[in-house]
Ligand binder design. Structure first.
Ligand code: FPP
Length: 243
């Protein structure tokens, strides 16, 4: 089976799942975290090299204060409890996003997990936290403009590969497969540049109900897709179109 080298997931539907059960939205986030843990292990065991989880967007800061602080505490607790397991599973942890807005205790837990797993060589697990793709691209443009201003680069040196290597995702390869749960079919400011040739997989399943078999369905769908990156596939030829 043709496995993606990088899967990115928009874990959507925690709130709706909880509301359906007449429970607070935060209950959905707690269940969602357990599911994230299972899916991380599943990806690692299937030999996936990179997994990016959209855990908190820049727009999520506008949610009610109580929900935001609970999500932050869930993250802190997850990292405190799970880091040992990550090391055992040989999973290297990192983050993308605006860490300056993350509360100090959560930032500390993030630092600890990054450090503890730095030597791991299996799955690379990335949490997108306080992440927004437009902000990331804006920072990248600003950084390159500064280097041009400082005379280190000329405007003609600005090309796709320079932009790529200045983005916060570098050197992780672009996602081959982006999964979004809960029936929404949009990117919501997630990896806009990096998703140029990604395959999208949308499912109506709410994130707290997402299981390993749903992951396998997504992987099976991915392996059936023909990725041409704007070219023609090797067994296609242009003669078909020349008459
Ligand atoms: C979307 O559901 C989910 C989030 C905004 C947070 C995702 C966070 C987790 C799954 C928990 C933390 C993750 C890890 C990996 C420790 P929603 O609240 O937008 O749901 P709704 O669209 O039904 O309202």
């Amino acid at each position: 089976m043709n496995l993606p080298k990088h899967i990115a997931i928009i874990m959507d539907g925690n709130g709706r799942w909880a509301q359906l059960k007449r429970r607070p939205r935060t209950f959905g986030h707690i269940k969602g975290t357990r599911v994230a843990k299972k899916i991380i292990t599943a990806c690692s065991r299937r030999g996936i090299k990179n997994l990016t989880l959209y855990a908190f967007s820049t727009e999520n800061w506008f949610r009610p204060q109580a929900e935001v602080s609970l999500l932050m505490q869930i993250l802190r607790r997850y990292l405190k409890r799970e880091t040992e397991n990550l090391v055992k599973e040989n999973i290297r942890f990192s983050v993308i996003g605006d860490m300056s807005r993350i509360p100090a205790d959560v930032a500390k837990a993030i630092e600890n997990s990054i450090e503890a797993t730095a030597q791991c060589t299996g799955l690379h697990l990335v949490f997108a936290l306080s992440y927004g793709s437009r902000q990331e691209i804006t920072n990248t443009v600003r950084e390159i403009a500064r280097r041009v201003e400082a005379g280190e680069l000329s405007a003609d040196d600005v090309d796709e590969s320079l932009i790529n290597s200045t983005l916060s995702t570098y050197p992780t390869p672009d996602p081959d497969l982006i999964i979004r749960t809960s029936g929404e079919q949009r990117l919501s400011n997630f990896l806009l540049w990096q998703a140029a040739y990604s395959e999208f997989y949308f499912t109506d399943v709410l994130w707290p109900n997402f299981t390993e078999s749903h992951l396998d369905e997504a992987l099976a769908a991915f392996s059936m897709r023909q990725r041409r990156f704007g070219k023609v596939s090797s067994n296609d030829n242009m003669e078909k179109f020349s008459n």
